[in-house]
Design a protein around this ligand. Structure first.
Ligand code: NAD
Length: 475
């Protein structure tokens, strides 16, 4: 009998009151747990618990306590790293070594924000009129943290660590498909000294998310997910003028110039395109390749993509696991069919490897695409990419920026001055030069244009969970 997952409200584990649904391992289809989602009353109880904890405990005001607890939590997570990586792979289907990286990055994130808050001093200055100004940074209050399924632990921690470090209390909603690591983190957080009510977890789908967003006592929403959902949430937050940060989708270009080692650039591009089965907001889903090397690059890329090893995500040599769900596969397949109907050429992939399992989709590459095609403009969020040639640097920049998104981009060239010049012309929140995908906890992460509002990680990620207060003191 599969285990029932519970909600975490005010430090207690509680059974959800809404309907029951199974949770499946996408690699095997096996039922791994059952969930009763939260109902509206339970969301309200979670928000009320967070509000009480904000006002009635010393969490918001005692920086030393928060630093100590977050460091303890980081240590506990590091100790339990294998268990967390295992759960993440079982729940998402991503290769185990990718889950291991996610856990290690999550540990670093808790440590980074514990250190940052420990060293944060008020800003002060003597003013021209003889007064003194002091700016202190206070927590926003109750924060609703809503995350997607592609990096359930890591993206959760990117919100949770700065929100808690800043002194907020939170209602956390994992994606409906991938709650396992968040729930385990709830247990560790309480064992590490997080007071009851500071970190609440409610389970459920978009309706539960909507109840958090619309709750009048939630002060800030931090959301990562699709652009359509993000826009809807943005509008809903306007009503209460809630603080908001949005980390949304992307259609990121990777520009490959003709002065590079083609094999190395193929390696970088493969990693950019197919890491986590391409279910990555910053995936390099549009490869723009200089026409002088286009033919050779494309052929080498096709050979390498076709040879990638799909299989059991727990096996150490597996390079790609399954996509996350049947519904998501259907979405991806619709993009593939539409691209073919629109006249794009399928260079490789496009089929499910049914001998491995029903959700194992081959790495899929389209060429001969037009800039206005759906496959070039819309986020697929799967192992499906396009390759386009360009002639001049200016063409590459124009194609790269011709998107409503602006999350990330990459440039591969041996000419570093050119790389930096191009990076400055690209309208994207992160630009990798001669590499791809690595987030750095000390540096901001987020989108230009319709890829979002605000930034996570770095000092910006902490400030987003704080309200600056100016005290102007006249002697
Ligand atoms: P999604 O928007 O469907 O769901 C994300 C989360 O929002 C889930 O927890 C879901 O239950 C919840 N949700 C859905 N409707 C809601 C509503 N009306 N109100 C409140 N919450 C609601 O996205 P997804 O399919 O889970 O994730 C894929 C998307 O996430 C992609 O577009 C991807 O690019 C984006 N993403 C962005 C980043 C980033 O850092 N910018 C990182 C990862 C994923």
């Amino acid at each position: 009998m599969a285990e029932y997952l519970q909600l975490l409200i005010d430090g207690a584990w509680i059974e959800g009151a809404a309907s029951v649904r199974p949770l499946r391992n996408p690699a095997t289809g096996e039922e791994i747990a059952r969930i009763r989602d939260a109902d509206a009353t339970q969301v309200d109880e979670a928000v009320m618990a967070a509000q009480r904890a904000f006002h009635q405990t010393n969490w918001a005001t005692d920086t030393a306590l928060r630093v100590q607890v977050l460091r303890k939590l980081a240590d506990a997570l590091e100790t339990a790293a294998d268990e967390f990586a295992h759960l993440e792979t079982q729940n998402t289907g991503k290769p185990l070594r990718e889950s291991e990286l996610d856990v290690a990055d999550s540990v670093s994130c808790f440590r980074y924000y514990a250190d940052l808050i420990a060293s944060k001093e008020p800003w002060q200055k003597d003013m021209w009129d003889g007064s003194k100004s002091v700016v202190v940074y206070e927590p926003v209050g109750v924060c609703g943290l809503i995350v997607p399924w592609n990096f359930p632990l890591l993206l959760g921690v990117w919100k949770l660590a700065p929100a808690l470090a800043a002194g907020n209390t939170v209602v956390f909603k994992p994606a409906e498909l991938t709650p396992l690591t968040a729930l385990k983190l709830g247990t560790l957080a309480h064992a590490s000294g997080v007071p009851n009510g500071v970190f609440n977890i409610v389970l459920g789908d978009g309706q539960v998310g909507e109840e958090i967003v619309r709750h009048p006592d939630v002060d800030k929403i931090s959301f990562t997910g699709g652009a359509k959902t993000g826009k809807h949430i943005y509008a809903a937050c306007a009503e209460g003028l809630k603080r908001i940060s949005l980390e949304l989708g992307g259609k990121s270009p990777l520009l490959v110039f003709d002065d590079v080692d083609i094999d190395i650039s193929v390696d970088i591009a493969l990693f950019g395109a197919f890491f986590n089965q391409g279910q990555v907001c910053v995936a390099s889903s549009r490869l723009l390749v200089h026409e002088a090397i286009y033919k050779e690059f494309t052929e080498k890329f096709r050979r390498r993509a076709t040879g990638l090893k799909l299989g059991d995500p727990f096996h150490p040599t597996t390079e790609l696991g399954p996509v996350v769900s049947v519904e998501h596969l259907e979405n991806i397949n619709r993009f593939i069919r539409n691209a073919q109907c629109a006249g794009a050429t399928l260079l490789c992939g496009g089929k499910v490897k049914a001998d491995i399992g029903p959700l194992f989709l081959e790495p899929t590459v389209f060429v001969d695409v037009r800039q206005d095609m759906e496959i070039v403009q819309e986020e697929v969020f799967g192992p499906v990419i396009t390759i386009q040639p360009f002639a001049e640097e200016a063409d590459a920049i124009r194609l790269a920026n011709d998107t409503k998104y602006g999350l990330a981009a990459g440039v591969i060239t041996n000419h570093l001055a050119r790389a930096e010049r191009i990076a400055r012309s690209l309208r994207a929140g992160t630009v990798w030069l001669n590499g791809y995908h690595t987030p750095h906890v000390e540096a901001p992460w987020g989108g230009f244009k319709q890829s979002g509002i605000g930034r996570e990680l770095g000092p910006e990620g902490l400030i987003g969970f704080m309200e600056p207060k100016h005290m102007n003191i006249h002697p």
